[in-house]
Design a protein. Structure first.
Length: 579
């Protein structure tokens, strides 16, 4: 009996190295050992990569969704091969040593997905991710490998309910501050913690996970509207099936990740972050994704786009609504239609549908609901919800989220109160050992100096819970959570560990932060800064002298370029799918 005629020519696909010809008989025997048929062995092999684990609700639904993606691959005459990679979930890692692993996990995800794909010669990838760093990590792997790729977000958590109001994990973090201030009883805190997170899915506000989910659509790597449905919705599985089918179409058309991720599509993604009041972490992840494609697109490029983008989607933490609400009024396609109508995005960018953004949006209404999504002509504010800063305190830039902040609270001048690490700052906040009008400085928390560039949500949430969010400012060479609110400046670069100005500050130095003009400066002359630099005794010694965090600290580059750990696409001497 003759073998069925294959639907795809494997003569130029990577999997030919493990499935075709007499020399690959030993390799094929392993596939037969897993119950594969001759037909399945000779079809394109599609990696279905997930970050499934039992660490957090963000990831718990990914295994189910992967099965649906595999159905789509099979239906379109491909052979799916499921594998998993790690995740570190920020909500659980927050406020202790575990947060050092978070940003480093982004690189580990990209590296392990790359190694698995290369080692088994898979032809394409459907990547599913649910929690903050896993989204950019998965997309970075797709861009690095430059194979046909479709990204699938695991979906957001449903909002909790307490006393008739929606609540999220952000409310729990801030409740810790209220509890410390004596404004909430232990019983009330325990009641809130038990209802705030009622389902599978990533944090529901426009924090890092949902921000990067919006990016996946805006940049063209995810199917339109696929990021919106909450994780428990069975409709997510339909998007997963469709994503499996879509990746087979991309193989047929030889449309690869870098055909989709271009300078223009990165600009589109930055627009969507800005207009939704997205996480400041996008200022780290978009340059890192660009780096994988060999595109020079740094923090300053991101912030230039933020500056000229109206903020018109009213999402937490600066606004009122969560991802589920955005989905119910049209989702990311509706947001992009508003931007397209205003001429603020490039409609000619290719997406995983095989069509352009403009073609994908043809059938989408351009009438905003006016509650979650405001009309682009009448935005919440005329500039983006995230602002870039620069000055003698941050020659390599810094970033601050201003979504929901009144203009009068976007300028601040005050004396510095310097902390050498987050723990010292958190203890001072708990004990109220600070004064109104100060600028709290948390240093030695950058990518190298931490190591790991921790987020500061526990500290900022405690300040908000104490009612101090508008009465002082906070700056750091570390990061802030997408859930952070208040005048909190992160990514200050160069970081303290390499002798950046933030490492030279002393208590009482007068710092000015102006999100209107984009300034962050300290009232010190160039000569005084030079004297302090000459007296600087080098980076603070850490306890991480070996292991993954030591390795990360040796390799990681500057925040302005995305805190990446390898030379990037520009230095490649090959393209993986063409080997």
């Amino acid at each position: 009996m003759d073998a069925p005629t294959p639907k795809f020519d494997k003569s130029k696909l990577p999997s030919r190295h493990v499935t075709e010809g007499p020399a690959r008989a030993p390799h094929r025997s392993y596939y037969y050992a897993m119950g594969m048929t001759e037909e399945e062995i000779h079809q394109p092999l599609v990696g279905v990569a997930t970050c499934w684990n039992e660490a957090a609700p963000c990831n718990i639904a990914l295994s189910r969704q992967a099965q649906a993606a595999k159905i789509g691959v099979k239906a379109a005459h491909g052979t799916p091969r499921e594998f998993t990679t790690i995740t570190v979930t920020d909500g659980i890692a927050m406020g202790h040593e575990g947060m050092r692993s978070s940003l480093a996990s982004r690189e580990a995800i990209a590296d392990t997905v790359e190694l698995t794909m290369r080692g088994h010669c898979y032809d394409a990838i459907v990547g599913l991710a649910g929690c903050d760093k896993s989204l950019p990590g998965m997309m970075m792997a797709m861009i690095r490998l430059n194979v046909p790729s479709v990204f699938v977000y695991g979906g957001s958590i449903l909002p909790g309910k307490l006393d008739g109001k929606d609540v999220t994990v952000q409310d729990v973090f801030e409740a810790v501050g209220r509890h410390q201030a004596g404004d909430m009883t232990t019983c009330e805190l325990e009641k809130l913690e038990q209802v705030a997170c009622p389902s599978a899915g990533a944090c529901g506000g426009q924090f890092t996970a949902n921000t990067m989910a919006c990016v996946s659509e805006a940049i063209g790597l995810a199917l339109p509207n696929s990021s919106g449905a909450p994780a428990p919705y069975e409709s997510r599985d339909e998007y997963c099936v469709a994503s499996g089918e879509a990746v087979m179409n991309l193989i047929a058309k030889n449309i690869r990740a870098r055909d989709i991720v271009t300078r223009k599509s990165l600009e589109n993604a930055a627009r969507v972050v800005a207009c939704t009041g997205g996480s400041t972490n996008a200022g780290l992840h978009l340059p890192a994704m660009a780096h994988e494609a060999g595109i020079d697109f740094d923090l300053f490029d991101v912030c230039e786009i933020f500056k000229s983008t109206p903020y018109f989607v009213d999402l937490k933490p600066g606004g009122q609504y969560v991802a589920k609400d955005l989905y119910e009024v049209g989702g990311v396609p509706m947001v992009m239609k508003q931007l397209l109508k205003a001429g603020l995005i490039h409609g000619d960018c290719l997406t995983v549908t095989g069509k352009t953004i403009a073609e994908d949006l043809e059938s989408v209404s351009d009438v905003a609901d006016g509650r979650v999504i405001y009309p682009v002509e009448t935005p919440l504010s005329k500039t983006g919800g995230v602002v870039g800063l620069k000055g003698n305190l941050a020659p390599e830039g810094a970033i601050v989220k201003v979504a929901g902040m009144e203009a009068q609270h976007q300028r601040f001048t005050g004396p510095a109160r310097v902390f050498e690490c987050e723990e010292d700052a958190f203890e001072a906040v708990k004990a109220r050992k600070y004064e109104e009008g100060e600028v709290l400085v948390i240093r030695n928390e950058g990518p190298k100096g931490g190591p790991g560039m921790r987020e500061m949500l526990s500290t900022t949430a405690a300040l908000s819970g104490q009612g101090m969010g508008k009465k002082l400012a906070l700056i750091t060479d570390g990061r802030f959570s997408g859930a952070t609110r208040g005048f909190c400046v992160g990514h200050v670069g160069p970081e303290a560990a390499v002798g950046g100005p933030i490492g030279l500050l002393k208590d009482g130095d007068v710092i000015t932060i102006d999100a209107i003009s984009g300034e962050i400066s300290v009232a010190l002359s160039d000569d005084e800064l030079a004297v302090r630099k000459a007296e600087w005794k080098g980076p603070r010694q850490t306890i991480y002298g070996a292991g993954a965090l030591w390795k990360y600290a040796q390799l990681v580059g500057s925040t302005v370029k995305g805190a990446v750990t390898h030379p990037g696409g520009e230095h490649e001497g090959h393209s993986y799918p063409d080997l």
